[in-house]
Ligand binder design. Structure first.
Ligand code: NI
Ligand code: MN
Length: 224
């Protein structure tokens, strides 16, 4: 399985047969080296409805006939526009052909760019090919991350470090202590001046406390 990080919260997980996008904000994203027309998706998972997460979802879904996976209110929003959508909600999991998806809490907001309520913002746990990937979505630090870490042996944790809208680096270090993933991948930084952060400094500090961090280049793909 491969994980590609486009920048911001946007990433792609591909297995032999299936491609999944999470929060594909590409065309309007000043840091993404990849544009939406270059990628395709069988499934699009959205953590919440903000424009920097919905991004190019509709364009891609229209072209690829992708299925949205998101919390109920946001899934209904896309279904009402004629898209395929699988409604889920926080705490619930479902077995898709590629593996299991479970939504977790996230402390943030969720409204679509055209002002529809997007339900609760979420994080997402993916159980694919014996690996556990935890994409926290946009969130502040919360103590239940400790429970998420206890209940799931997280292999890859994608977590924001850019501050202002989400955790900054100090709280993200605490989040790593709570979840204790095998590998942490910092996201949601340097897209805009207000969320500037140094991922390498974060990596150094995390490794001093015993957490391994892999900083991905924008556009980089790794085997996971
Ligand atoms: Ni947001
Ligand atoms: Mn965001």
């Amino acid at each position: 399985m491969k994980l590609r990080y486009f920048s911001h919260s946007a990433c792609q997980i591909s297995t032999k047969n299936i491609t999944i996008l999470i929060d594909p904000f590409l065309d309007g994203n000043p840091t993404s080296p990849v544009k939406s027309e270059e990628i395709s998706a069988d499934y699009i998972i959205l953590t919440h409805a903000h424009g920097d997460h919905i991004g190019d979802s509709e364009k891609i879904a229209k072209r690829c006939n992708s299925t949205f996976i998101c919390v109920n209110e946001l899934a209904n929003y896309f279904a009402s526009k004629g898209f395929k959508a699988h409604n889920m909600h926080i705490g619930g999991s479902y077995n898709f052909p590629f593996g299991k998806v479970k939504f977790t809490i996230a402390h943030h907001g969720s409204v679509t760019p055209d002002n529809y309520y997007g339900g609760e913002p979420a994080g997402v746990l993916l159980f694919i090919e014996d690996k556990v990937i935890y994409h926290t979505g946009d969130t502040g630090l919360f103590y239940d991350m400790k429970l998420i870490g206890e209940l799931n042996k997280v292999d890859y944790m994608l977590l924001p470090i850019g501050d202002n809208f989400t955790m900054g680096t100090d709280d993200a270090l605490k989040a790593l202590e709570f979840v204790n993933p095998k590998t942490a991948i910092p996201i949601h930084y340097n897209t805009f001046p207000v969320i500037e952060a140094d991922p390498n400094q974060f990596k150094e500090k995390a490794e001093l406390q015993g957490n391994f961090v892999k900083v991905l280049e924008f556009g980089e793909e790794i085997e996971v």
